[in-house]
Design a protein around this ligand. Structure first.
Ligand code: NAP
Length: 228
């Protein structure tokens, strides 16, 4: 990789991915919704990293926000807004926001950058295991994560030879959303005896971006939790 764009790189897993590539000397751009927050995260990451403001929930504005981006060798789509929704008490506005952010927004980033994606480049996008194992309130989260697993297939075919893969983490124990919660019940169902950590997800991202033969894959990173 020489140029890496991490959408949703101001926090959590995206921030750690940005840090990994900046530490390795790659040219990193990371995004969040707020320019100041993105600039602060880029400074924290170090190297030549720069920050950019971009709101995936406003997909018609994405192309303009990305106008200053040069060639992209590695594109990581990691952004998320947490959501609770059920079909019994269905909140259409919440549903539209998350579907727009993850499915339309992720796709529009790829569309906007289409001519600037290096032919030997690669894309990694993030779903999650709510697609396999729903929980109360995961109606929209399960739906969009399921959508990611088929989005990688159509993009891998259409964008060839650019490779497109997805990571579906289980609960990432040291990620900001989970690290202060009691996860004993998750650990009890995790055969490898430890929860996935952000470093494991960074490692999986580097594998998918770097391996020249892995394409159209939905990679589960959960310590075997789905089997537990
Ligand atoms: N953490 C887990 O255990 C876990 C489990 C399963 C799946 N995942 C998936 O892994 C990915 C990373 O999760 P995470 O927990 O590391 O996320 P996180 O810590 O909540 O960070 C979310 C990122 O998304 C950005 N973002 C939020 N709303 C946005 C919007 N409307 N437009 C553009 N950017 C936006 C945030 O930036 P600003 O706040 O600065 O705008 C931030 O950089 C997500 O796709 C998530 O679904 C995570």
């Amino acid at each position: 990789m020489s140029s890496v764009l991490v959408v949703g790189g101001t926090a959590g897993i995206g921030l750690e991915i940005a840090r990994y590539y900046a530490d390795g000397g790659d040219r990193v751009t990371l995004t969040g919704r707020d320019a100041g927050r993105a600039a602060a995260a880029a400074k924290d990451v170090g190297g030549e990293a720069t920050g950019l403001a971009l709101d995936l929930a406003a997909p018609k504005d994405i192309a303009a926000a990305l106008a200053g981006i040069d060639t992209v060798d590695g594109l990581v789509l990691a952004a998320i807004e947490r959501d609770v929704n059920t079909v019994t008490d269905y909140d259409i506005d919440r549903a539209l926001r998350l579907v727009t952010l993850k499915l339309v927004g992720y796709t529009e980033v790829v569309h906007a950058l289409r001519s600037r994606l290096a032919p030997d480049g690669a894309i990694v996008m993030f779903g999650g295991l709510a697609k396999e194992r729903p929980y109360p309130g995961s109606t929209t989260v399960s739906t969009v994560n399921g959508g990611i697993s088929t989005l990688v297939h159509t993009l891998a075919v259409e964008l060839a030879p650019i490779r497109v893969n997805a990571i579906h983490p289980g609960i990432v124990g040291d990620s900001p959303y989970w690290r202060d919660r009691d996860l004993a019940h998750v650990l009890a169902r995790t055969p490898c005896g430890r929860l996935a950590e952000m470093a494991d997800v960074v490692d999986a991202t580097a594998f998918l971006l770097g391996n020249r033969a892995v394409n159209g894959v939905n990679l589960t990173v959960d310590g075997g939790w789905l089997l537990g």
